[in-house]
Design a protein around this ligand. Structure first.
Ligand code: ATP
Length: 461
């Protein structure tokens, strides 16, 4: 830390402070994310994972990693400083003035290129939201905060209980199915919708109606002045069945909107996207360098204690990884469950014995959790508790410790995005067979039962 001069604290997250510093030798400004070591092993692992993942991502639209070191009882991750702040602040500054379509297209193209690069490395970001997307002073998008990201095909230690931020969570996650590349696409759809409307697409006064809206893909219509391609894209990104959502690669290359987006991508970003797609693998030397940077002994111990390989060992290429497919059945068990639950008052919810039909799976497919095992009252009673204990534990479902149902773009006196059902656009053709099934090609290997974990957390408080 002696190589840097502290300017000021720019913010505090749930895992530590973010400092603005100046490098004494180069006079460049950087952000240092400081995380207390260790006490809580999972927080420590999360932070180390963020450093390792960030160091692997080299892309013009991803916050650049400079170095990481451990000093006293702190892990410090030094990264590029984005002077323009985060996209959420930028959206809020607009108040009611809509963004010009060109700004929306440019920012969205850049965030897609960044997230596509992440997917090409076979990493899921898992927490894409406007607060984790930054702007430089010249208005370039930089994707940041890899604290929740997950390396695919790794084992238990990476299967953590983090679910996401409720407003951005895809239907399949509520359905307790594995997080996959299309779940990130859904979240980016939410960010795009926010850019287009300055509102969350899915907003509701209760968990039940929020989840219902998400699982039905029911969102208020977009302003009609937006180009048809954008309207169509949002509709596609909010397909409730992940296999019907386009992958980021499709959005950037062959989707109807691709031509508009690529106009706004620098040749550097397009360049960065292509080689990543071809190689997309861990590099041994870089992995070793990062492991050394973070303090060899402790990092290796942490990452191998549960059978997890070191970063350089995550070398599977796209070809080598077995291709996983989504099952044919639509993911509407939550809708069913919540429809049943509507008969029950919230007071009687925990005492009801209502059950739900299980989701059928093709024979021989790998075991997935079913609602039959997690009766509807379980999710609802869990969420009731989550609301009550949000001050201490809701980072599981909302790391900010804020009210999970009061989103950053919510209105103080209720929100007009929560309008009557008749005004919302319902994704009528969500059961249509097709489309990017082939591109729903990777998902968490060992998803953990977040409901189990959440219940444990809440019962501790
Ligand atoms: N590279 C960066 N450039 C500019 N500002 C940053 C950068 N990284 C983080 N910040 C800002 O610093 C503050 C703290 O960020 P941090 O990532 O530590 O926590 P958070 O994202 O606010 O919360 P959490 O980690 O709990 O989700 C935020 O306001 C964020 O916008």
């Amino acid at each position: 830390m002696e190589r840097y001069t502290l300017h000021r604290v720019i913010g505090e997250g749930s895992f530590g402070r973010a400092l603005l510093v100046r490098c004494k030798s180069s006079q460049e400004e950087y952000v240092v994310k400081e995380v207390q070591l260790p006490k809580n092993q999972s927080k420590l692992e999360k932070s180390r994972r963020e450093a390792v993942l960030l160091s692997r991502m080299k892309h013009p639209n991803i916050v650049a990693f400079r170095e990481a070191f451990e000093a006293d009882d702190l892990l410090c991750i030094v990264m590029e400083y984005c002077r323009g702040g985060d996209l959420l602040q930028r959206i809020r500054q607009q108040k009611t003035a809509q963004f010009p379509v060109d700004d929306i297209l440019r920012w969205f193209a850049q965030m897609c290129a960044a997230a596509n690069h992440v997917h090409d490395k076979r990493v899921l970001h898992r927490d894409l939201k406007s607060k984790n997307i930054f702007l430089t002073d010249n208005g370039t998008i930089k994707l940041g905060d890899f604290g929740s990201a997950c390396i695919l095909n790794s084992s238990k230690a990476y299967a953590h209980t983090y679910v996401g931020t409720p407003y951005y969570v895809a239907p399949e996650v509520w359905d307790n199915k594995p997080y996959n590349n299309k779940s990130d696409v859904w979240s980016l759809g939410c960010v795009l919708y926010e850019l287009c409307t300055l509102r969350h697409p899915f907003q509701a006064p209760s968990w039940k109606s929020l989840i219902l809206k998400v699982c039905r893909g029911a969102y208020p219509p977009l302003p009609s002045h937006l180009p048809y391609e954008l309207q169509y894209l949002i509709k596609q990104m909010f397909k409730t069945n992940p296999k019907d959502r386009p992958s980021l690669h499709t959005i950037l290359t062959s989707h109807r909107v691709a031509r508009l987006l690529r106009k706004h991508l620098s040749s550097q970003a397009i360049e960065a996207e292509e080689p990543g797609r071809r190689t997309g693998r861990w590099n041994r030397e870089e992995g070793v360098k990062v492991a050394n940077l973070l303090g060899e002994r402790s990092l290796i111990k942490t990452l191998t204690s549960e059978g997890v390989e070191l970063p350089e060992a995550h070398c599977e290429s796209r070809e080598a990884a077995p291709r996983k497919q989504w099952h044919a059945d639509p993911s509407d068990s939550v809708v069913q469950m919540l429809a049943n639950a509507s008969l029950i008052s919230s007071e009687s919810m925990t005492s009801t014995s209502q059950t739900l039909a299980g989701v059928s799976e093709p024979e021989g497919s790998r075991q997935r959790r079913r609602w039959a095992k997690d009766p509807p009252e379980r999710l609802l009673s869990l969420l009731e508790k989550a609301r009550l204990s949000r001050a201490s534990s809701t980072f599981l479902i909302n790391r900010g410790g804020e009210d999970p149902l009061v989103g950053p773009l919510s209105q103080p006196q209720g929100d007009d995005t929560d309008g009557p059902e008749a005004e919302v656009a319902v994704d009528e053709d969500r059961l249509q067979p097709r489309s990017d099934d082939e591109d729903t090609d990777f998902e968490e290997e060992s998803p953990c039962d977040w409901m189990d974990e959440a219940e444990k957390m809440f019962s501790e408080h």
